[in-house]
Design a binder for this molecule. Structure first.
Ligand SMILES: Cc1cc2nc3c(=O)[nH]c(=O)nc-3n(C[C@H](O)[C@H](O)[C@H](O)COP(=O)(O)OP(=O)(O)OC[C@H]3O[C@@H](n4cnc5c(N)ncnc54)[C@H](O)[C@@H]3O)c2cc1C
Length: 381
């Protein structure tokens, strides 16, 4: 076993930390308050290679490993989880899926600009009546020979209005159940594709979450990813890797809140001494530090397994489940340590607490992660 990060890992971690502190921190409260998408910052993240971190350089990516991606995600998420969810969807759902399963033409046309961060991607699985039960897709893709005719509605789509490329799951053969689902690459601006309302959210308010409507959209056959009926498998495989990204996001939200609470506990005095000198506060900090360390190790191990080409579905589900629960618990305690100041925007921890909640919901709720884990340990695949 080797717990040592390489020189390259440390450089990437430092670059992400510097970017988060210098470029994301200054406007983060304003973007959260006014639900502003961090467009300029995402563009810069693309220029720095953060939007296609694991993609082969021959397709415009940074050619790094999943461990580097986790380290960068943690640093970005410490400061701005709205920016990090955009980064996570682009890296682990859109770019990874296209690189792994796309054709050479699809890679040249879509992956290259996505990996360079010139454009942003979205991953469209959820529907009004298909969330955890993603098999019950109502969106249809009827095979018309040269093209698919796409009809339906998608819900909760991250990067909904800022993306240029959308990976859309849709049912082609209802009689085959989930084996009849396809994944189609849909371009923004295709006739019949309308971006619907923006959701007003509790947290990650800088992220643009939209519903999408498709009415008789003609999607060329060459935009299908994989064989006919591969769409559901495609979605499950990409989400399994995606969970490492969300685990890293949760880890970052937790460690960001912990660092703020630690600092504050050394500044704030009550009853004649700094509050960390009260054992109740010191013990809260000890629990936070311990649980964050456990979440970090689980997330890095899932990333390492993925990099080794070993199975990682169970480990990524465990990391996401654990890290997201640590994020929720830690941010609540960080607010508590700040007292009344924790309840106002200026001190950041209230935002981190609101942002933490989504990590228990998207890319599979905590209940769904427990289903994935229990199936794996009980060998009920
Ligand atoms: C801000 C945000 C961004 C999102 N981004 C995207 C995106 O980019 N792309 C995308 O496709 N989707 C996205 N989603 C959708 C997200 O993945 C779903 O909301 C999530 O999978 C849960 O689905 P649901 O909301 O329909 O809840 P439901 O599936 O209706 O679940 C409701 C409750 O029932 C529980 N439950 C359901 N089934 C079971 C079961 N079998 N056993 C035990 N408990 C169960 C759930 O855990 C949950 O607590 C996003 C959601 C949000 C809020």
């Amino acid at each position: 076993m080797n717990f040592q990060l390489t020189e390259e890992h440390l450089m990437i971690q430092q670059a992400a930390r510097d970017f988060a502190q210098n470029e994301l921190l200054p406007g983060v409260i304003d973007r959260d308050t006014h639900e502003k998408f961090p467009a300029e910052q995402i563009k810069k993240m693309g220029e720095l290679g953060f939007m296609g971190m694991m993609v082969d350089p021959k397709y415009g990516g940074a050619g790094l490993d999943t461990i580097s991606y986790v380290l960068a995600m943690e640093e970005i998420s410490k400061v701005d989880a709205s920016a990090s969810v955009c980064m996570s969807v682009n890296n682990s759902l859109v770019c990874w899926g296209l690189e792994k399963f796309g054709t050479e033409e699809q890679k040249q046309k879509y992956l290259v600009p996505l990996a360079k961060g010139e454009i942003i991607g979205a991953f469209c699985l959820s529907e009004p009546e298909a969330g955890s039960d993603a098999t019950s897709q109502k969106t249809t893709a009827i095979d018309m020979g040269d093209y698919y005719l796409l009809n339906g509605t998608k819900n909760w789509i991250t990067n909904g209005s800022s993306a240029s490329v959308y990976l859309v799951m849709a049912q082609t053969h209802p009689e085959k159940g989930h084996r009849g689902i396809n994944c189609l690459i849909v371009e923004r601006g295709m006739e019949g594709f309308v971006i619907g309302k923006k959701e007003e959210k509790m947290g990650i308010r800088g992220s643009d979450t939209h519903s999408l409507m498709f009415t008789d959209v003609k999607v060329p056959k060459e935009n299908r990813i994989g064989e006919d009926g591969f769409g559901f498998k495609f979605a499950m495989k990409t989400l399994s890797g995606g969970r490492i990204g969300i685990a890293a996001q949760a880890l970052g939200i937790a460690s960001g809140a912990y660092e703020l609470a630690l600092k504050y506990s050394k500044e704030r005095k009550a009853f004649g001494k700094e509050i960390y000198k009260h054992q109740a506060i010191a013990f809260k900090l000890a629990d936070m530090a311990t649980e964050i360390e456990a979440a970090r190790l689980m997330t890095l191990r899932a990333a390492w397994l993925k990099d080794q080409g070993l199975p990682f579905d169970k480990e990524s589900a465990m990391a996401k489940l654990f890290a997201s629960e640590v994020a929720m618990k830690t941010t609540i305690e960080a607010v508590q340590i700040h007292g009344g100041y924790g309840y106002v925007k200026e001190f950041h921890v209230e935002r981190l607490m609101r942002d933490a909640k989504i990590t228990q919901i998207y890319e599979g709720t905590s209940e769904i992660q427990r289903i994935v884990i229990s199936r794996a340990i009980l060998d009920q695949q």
